[in-house]
Design a protein around this ligand. Structure first.
Ligand code: SF4
Length: 240
């Protein structure tokens, strides 16, 4: 690995509080006990479509007013259609609207580093948003927009059937769990969700503004790894 990449990874690992001592059996004793919580009100089961069929169903969507409010394109989702691990965010921002790919701006770059810190590549997981079109001025999506768009996300989840879903930020967590609880109350727990285990954590945009919270996000990601029966990789310095 390039020395600059190693230094950058180490800085992130330090901020996350990654220890990654995978050869030390004591590491396992630090894993959190996870007690899933049952969530009711999950979407009704229907015919499971392929991701391609879902994308075709969306088409050049005009189902909510966001299609008239300056979106450049629909940002469907990206990654492995058979991923065990799925990340769900809120809605595309300016960079995502231009590129048509979720999480490619600054927050997306941090998410990519977090995924890599877990030992995955971006192409091994699946990344999508609750809302597929960019809200103007990055405002929060309106309830009617969520109502029209979230069925596509639910169909994506049904199609991918991930083992673990990480909800990034309050908006995604509230939309998926159908709750108004703040993220501070939602995170730190694991929820049974539509055949998957759902872990709410902070949105990477929030972590860019509040880097001292990264260690808590890393705690959440370690729970996701434990549910996937994986351990964090060793720090780059250990393998470089
Ligand atoms: S946000 Fe969703 S429902 Fe609204 S126009 Fe875009 S794809 Fe359609």
């Amino acid at each position: 690995m390039d020395p600059r990449q190693v230094a950058e990874h180490l800085r992130l690992y330090q901020e996350l509080g990654v220890t990654g001592i995978s050869r030390d059996a004591r590491w396992r004793s630090r894993e959190v006990a996870i007690e899933p919580e049952e969530v009711t009100g999950t979407p009704a089961a229907g015919t499971i479509l392929s991701l391609q069929e879902i994308r075709e169903d969306i088409g050049d969507c005009t189902r909510c007013k966001l299609h008239t409010l300056g979106r450049k394109q629909i940002v469907f989702g990206v990654g492995n259609p058979n991923a065990d691990l799925m990340f769900v965010g809120e809605a595309p921002g300016a960079d995502e609207d231009v590129q048509g790919i979720p999480f490619v701006g600054r927050a997306g770059q941090l998410l990519t580093k977090m995924i890599e810190a877990m030992g995955f590549g971006r192409d091994e997981v699946y990344i999508a948003n609750v809302i597929k079109c960019r809200p103007p001025e990055n405002r929060n999506p309106d309830p009617d927009e969520v109502e029209r768009c979230e069925p596509f996300l639910f169909k994506q989840i049904d199609s991918i059937q991930p083992k673990v879903i990480v909800a990034l930020g309050a908006f995604a967590a509230k939309a998926l769990l159908k709750t108004q609880d703040p993220i501070s109350r939602l995170r730190g727990r694991v929820y049974d969700y539509h055949g998957a285990q759902l872990i709410p954590t902070f949105h990477p945009s929030f972590l860019l503004r509040s880097p001292n919270q990264k260690k808590y996000a890393w705690d959440d990601l370690k729970k996701a790894l434990a549910l996937l029966d994986r351990q964090p990789p060793r720090q780059p310095s250990e393998s470089a």
